[in-house]
Design a protein around this ligand. Structure first.
Ligand SMILES: *Cc1c(COP(=O)(O)O)cnc(C)c1O
Length: 370
């Protein structure tokens, strides 16, 4: 079965092998050496002033960011389940909360954010997804961050990059906290989250807030290549292995280029067979199709063609399907995915099969050179 869900993504064989070694104690020079090397790679990936690894799924890092960087009122952008989550975190911690809500196919506008900031001077942090995975949407985060900082540079910008870090180059000039999670573009099992922090963020964190997710405690430890609590040793070893693998494969720039050409080629190929892209501003992390036969197509892909893609949640259940584009994906796998979708449409009697999806995919993807 080909796993093509936008998280979890498949874990490469060499990474699984690296993680299968005997358990290592976390308070040892051996593990500290691995931690140090991993941190160096993470600085290249995030380009931030500090990086922190947490043993938790991505939501833990979202909570850590909100608790430590928002002391009064959080403005969150809700164009889907993950954006909504930031508001729920603020509420759970008794923080003020203002939300800008849109349909799941609609990105937030810079103007709407600027207006909210101007009308609510108590806002001290903004939280937004770079890629909102609920509908495969790209928010204009860089432009929003710039506009917000022009109004008030003290407002902390928290960018959830869980389906963006490792997908595309992100301009962090105006971003104070960039979040990544292990099971998406980093091709690892779930359980590790990473935060990239600006020096302004570190200043605001001060002594930190909370206990397990107190970022001041972690910053102090991780600068010494150790963690406050027991490190996710196995996942850290896996993270180092995947970051080395990316480097061996031509580095981050090549990964970004390949991801973009693959996402563009899949989009063009599915449009060529009459399918519709759901989000108005598609992210590169996944291709989201809205279709009246979405559930049937998903079932056929799984049962007849060995391809597992994700569906939709809440009001989009049965209405969309999402195809992963994150990570190191062999072209023959994604070529089979688009072909399987065309075969499914033929089985549904929607169009006669003529290989058009693969023709367009190949033409677009391989035109850039092999
Ligand atoms: C997957 C994901 C998360 C985190 O979810 P966890 O299940 O806690 O790992 C957060 N934001 C986005 C955009 C995601 O795709």
């Amino acid at each position: 079965m080909l796993l093509f869900t936008p998280g979890p993504t498949p874990v490469p064989q060499n990474v699984r092998n690296a993680m299968s070694d005997e358990t290592m104690h976390h308070r040892t020079p051996e593990f500290e050496a691995i931690f140090e090397k991993t941190r160096k790679y993470l600085f290249e990936l995030f380009k931030s002033d500090e990086v922190i690894m947490l043993s938790s799924s991505g939501t833990g890092a979202m909570e850590a960011a909100v608790v430590n960087l928002c002391h009064k009122t959080l403005l969150n952008v809700n164009s889907g389940k993950f954006g909504e989550r930031f508001g729920k975190i603020a509420e759970a911690h008794g923080l003020g909360n203002i939300e800008i809500k849109n349909e799941w196919d609609t990105p937030v506008s810079v103007e709407a954010v600027v207006e909210a900031i101007k009308n609510n001077p108590e806002i001290d942090a903004l939280a937004v997804q770079i890629s909102e995975s609920a509908g495969g949407l790209r928010h204009p985060v860089e432009a929003i961050a710039k506009a917000v900082k022009e109004i008030n540079p003290n407002i902390m910008i928290i960018a959830d990059g869980i389906t963006a870090v490792g997908v595309e180059k992100i301009d962090i000039t105006n971003i104070d906290c960039l979040i990544a999670g292990s099971q998406k573009a980093l091709m690892l099992p779930p359980g590790l989250a990473i935060l990239g922090l600006s020096s302004a963020a570190i200043e605001k964190i001060g002594k930190g807030k909370g206990y397990y997710f107190n970022l001041a405690t972690e910053i102090k430890s991780q600068r010494k290549n150790t963690t406050a609590w027991t490190a996710a040793t196995t996942l850290t070893i896996g993270l180092l292995e995947i970051l080395e693998t990316i480097e061996k494969n031509g580095g981050l720039e090549k990964l970004y280029e390949e991801t973009k050409s693959r996402a563009d080629a899949v989009k063009a190929s599915l449009e060529a067979i009459g399918l519709h892209i759901y989000p108005k501003t598609p992210a590169l992390s996944m291709t989201t199709i809205d279709d009246e036969n979405a559930s049937q197509i998903r079932k056929m892909l799984k049962n007849d063609f060995g391809v597992n893609v994700a569906g939709g949640q809440d009001h989009l259940e049965g209405k969309i399907f999402r195809i992963n584009q994150m990570g190191l994906i062999p072209p023959y796998e994604i070529a089979w995915v688009v072909n399987s979708i065309e075969l499914s449409l033929a089985k549904l009697g929607r169009r006669a099969y003529n290989g058009e999806a693969n023709r367009v995919f190949n033409e677009k993807y391989f035109r850039v050179g092999v």
